[in-house]
Design a protein around this ligand. Structure first.
Ligand code: ACO
Length: 333
């Protein structure tokens, strides 16, 4: 809770323009109202301004008129955005006409706003599947220089303060990239370390998880994590990264000491990097449901600008929190 308050406070100090393309979605509109009233971000809503204001009124919302209302059917931006799209994807055969057609989709329009410098970040997904939110971002906003994959981290807030950083752990990748190679996994580890510093606000101790600890099992899946650990350590010599470690050796001090006595982080890891999306996604949901942890995210990392995807089952406060995180990422950038 304290962490969320400080994320919001940081966002307030340096207000960023965050675009919400699903403006007619009730929870999104309610979240926008709270964000505007608390001045967490400068909210941009894509849609017919008249319809947005009518919907806000029907929901009893008082602050929506303070948002920047972006009417895609009455804008002088289409030509510039379409030209930008052709320039970015001409090697993929993108034509001006096809770009104009794509811009009718608010999820594409939002990404072009960011690419053209008209917005600082986006939050969507209350009404759209992950792939539909991410594809336009991958195609037009793209990854950070030197980074080839986008991944998704969750900040897991546990009731038991003996784990991680006073009960907080960062898990990744739990949301995006199904089966990373060793070098992609190394990138995911380093990006998660950076997310931990920027959003969770503590120094990462990163465990590269496997079903083996320091050679206890032999398998090509273990080899991938060993190689990823070596690459991640070389990519970020200023971060504490170790592997391969089993989950218990990563987070329980006595087991870490026993199974990996020479490791600087075994037993006290506060960042867990999973070998595949399957393991990361299953783990975060089990920890959330069985251990009663609060899972904040996914915080997408590695994108050239902050774009975050909500679960369609999200609550109004999930949206508020993710917009605040997105604003922090934008300010950091
Ligand atoms: N990082 C950066 N770029 C990527 C990534 C990535 N992780 N994955 C794909 N891309 C790029 C590709 O390079 C390609 O770019 P190009 O068109 O310029 O060549 C573009 O995105 C489309 O690539 P495809 O391979 O066609 O990807 P597709 O659109 O089929 O799938 C997606 C991408 C949707 C993210 C897919 O990997 C996916 O479905 N992942 C799982 C998402 C999910 O369901 N997560 C679990 C739910 S979320 C939750 O529970 C919190």
């Amino acid at each position: 809770m304290q962490l969320l308050q400080s994320i919001k406070e940081k966002a307030r100090q340096n207000p960023q323009r965050i675009v919400l393309p699903e403006s007619m979605e009730e929870r999104t509109l309610q979240a926008a109202d709270i964000l505007l009233s608390e001045q967490v971000a400068r909210i941009q809503l894509i849609g017919d301004p008249k319809q947005i204001l009518q919907k806000a009124e029907s929901l009893g919302l008082k602050h929506i008129a303070q948002a920047e209302l972006i009417d895609m059917s009455n804008t002088d931006k289409i030509d510039a955005y379409a030209q930008l799209m052709v320039e970015i994807r001409k090697n993929k055969g993108m034509t001006y006409e096809a770009a104009v057609e794509q811009l009718k989709d608010p999820l594409y329009y939002a990404c072009l706003m960011i690419k053209a410098g008209d917005s600082d970040g986006e939050v969507a997904g209350a009404d759209n599947a992950t792939g539909d939110v991410l594809r336009p971002a991958f195609q037009y906003v793209k990854t950070l220089p030197g980074i080839s994959v986008v991944s998704g981290a969750f900040i897991m807030m546990l009731n038991q303060t003996e784990f991680g950083e006073d009960g907080i752990l960062v898990f990744a990748d739990c949301a995006v990239h199904p089966n990373p190679t060793a070098s992609e996994l190394a990138e995911i580890a380093v990006m998660t370390g950076k997310t931990t510093r920027a959003i969770a606000g503590f120094e990462p101790r990163i465990a590269m998880l496997s079903f083996s600890t320091k050679g206890s099992a032999k398998h090509e899946m273990v080899d991938k994590v060993v190689e990823a650990t070596r690459l991640a350590q070389a990519m970020a010599p200023d971060m504490k990264i170790d592997g391969e470690l089993q989950a218990d050796a990563a987070i329980i001090a006595s087991i870490g000491k026993k199974k990996a006595p020479n490791s600087e982080i075994a037993g006290i890891a506060n960042v867990l990097v999973f070998p595949t999306l399957e393991t990361g996604n299953i783990a975060y949901k089990l920890v959330e449901r069985l251990a009663g942890a609060q899972a904040i995210g996914p915080v997408l990392q590695g994108m050239a600008a902050p774009i975050n995807d909500l679960s369609r089952g999200c609550s109004v406060s999930d949206i508020v929190n993710l917009v605040a995180i997105t604003a922090n990422q934008a300010a950091e950038k």
